[in-house]
Every structure is written in C-alpha cells, then in structure tokens.
Design a protein. Sequence first.
Length: 254
Amino acid sequence: MSEILLDAVDLTKHYGSVEALRGASFQARAGEVTALIGDNGAGKSTLVKCLSGAEQPTSGRILLDGTEVHLDSPVAARRAGIETVYQDLAVAPELDPAANLFLGREIPRKGLLGKLGMLDKAEMRRQAVAEFERLGVTLQSTSVPIGSLSGGQRQSVAVARSVVWASKVVFMDEPTAALGVLQRERVLDVIKKVRDKGIAVVLISHNMPEVLSVSDRIEVLRLGKRVARFAGADTKLEDLVAAMTGALVQEEAA
Ligand SMILES: Nc1ncnc2c1ncn2[C@@H]1O[C@H](COP(=O)(O)OP(=O)(O)OP(=O)(O)O)[C@@H](O)[C@H]1O
Ligand SMILES: [Mg+2]
C-alpha cells in the first residue's frame, strides 16, 4: 500500500449560512488514482478548491507528506506541487494554448532582454507543441487565442497544463465532461501515465464506468461529509450508488 500523500481532516467550509463541507475528510496516495464522487452539491468542487488553495476551509487540517500545510492561494498550492483542473475552467481565453501552458511559469529570453522582462515565446511554443504531442492533445494551431478553441480542446489544454507541472498531486474536477469519446480515452491514458510517475491523481467524475475503470480507490462525499471509501478494483456500481444516495453509510456522522 502506498503512502498517504495528502490527508484532509475534518474540513468545514461555510459560505454564509450554506455549509458546503461539514467535517469532510479525504486522503490521496502517491502513485494512485483516487476518485472523489458524490451527487450534485455534495461538496466535491468545494473540497478541491480548499485543497488547491482557491478557497480557505473554515476549519480543519490539511497535511501534505505528513506536514500540516496552509494553502493560502493557488500559487502556494502550485509551489507545493499541487496542480488543479477546475470544473469552471481556469484558462486565460485571450492567450494562445502555449501561453496557457506556461501561465505563471513563463520562460524569459536569455541575457539582457530576459532581464528586461522579454519572454522566449519561441522556446515556450516549441516545448508546448512537444508536450501537447506527448499527451495526445490535438490542436489545429497553438497560436490562436484559446477562447476560439472548442470547449473540449480548452479542457484538454487545462489537463495538459496540470499534468506537465504537477510534482505531487493533480486534482481534476470533471476533466472529461466536455470531451468526445477519443479525447476522453486520451485523458484517461494521461491520468494513468501521471499516476505511474508516482503522482497522486484525484479524479472527480459523474461517469461511474470511467471511475471504476481508472481508480485505485474511491471516496464518496455526501452532504459535505465523506460517507464511504472503496478499493477500486472490486467495487460494485450499486455500492457506489448506495453510498451516494445515503442508502449505505460506512462512516457515521461525528
Ligand atoms: N461560492 C459559493 N457560495 C455559496 N454556496 C456555495 C458556493 N460554492 C458552493 N456552494 C454550495 O456548496 C454546496 C457544494 O457545492 P459544490 O460545488 O462543492 O458541489 P459539487 O459536489 O462539486 O457538485 P457538482 O457535482 O454539481 O459539481 C452546494 O450546496 C453549493 O450550492
Ligand atoms: Mg462540482
């Protein structure tokens, strides 16, 4: 059994009077795909935002590699090795795919021009084309603004960006929701490759066959709390559904 890389303990998140998380716990391990599933509104995206620095939990603890961390911002999370594909896509629509891949990590030009803030666009484009090729992202052009690409292509770029930079954890909040059959298969292949590099991949999906095919573990969230955990391979679809609907509860409310 691989080690627990990310350990969220008893997180709560209040938005005014709404309790999006009510003591949710979650664990992800290096070199495994952990699926985070639950009905609409269960708190999955909120949990991901809290674990990737986009939101601050109201209470609870987050441990990375056994050490408590405070992820004050997405930048802090990225520095800690955590990358995220958000459900509400966070790409910069006015920039091209290569620029999106290097957003926040631009390569400066060599010498004085670089010191003056000039970017090495040719080098970034070259590396971006190589990464897109490696990850099976097919784009007609890497030089048009990403806002003019299809929704699925944008999603593919967001997935590529996350896996290129992640060193510890990748969260993917419904990364295949807008994808066609072939692109979906590619993303699932990418997920397996990233997992095999020893990264903890966290997949949120409503597609249960997809969840069962790719996950090493499955954690179920319901009404802002984890209610059940399963080992991927020998999980039955009806058990997942039962946990999501509240018919099956493994972890009693505190
Ligand atoms: N910014 C916010 N302000 C107020 N309430 C919020 C906010 N974000 C989420 N919520 C509420 O928190 C609860 C959990 O939402 P969340 O988006 O985490 O669910 P989810 O499990 O990701 O659902 P889905 O499967 O539909 O994406 C919902 O009741 C939602 O309305
Ligand atoms: Mg969501």
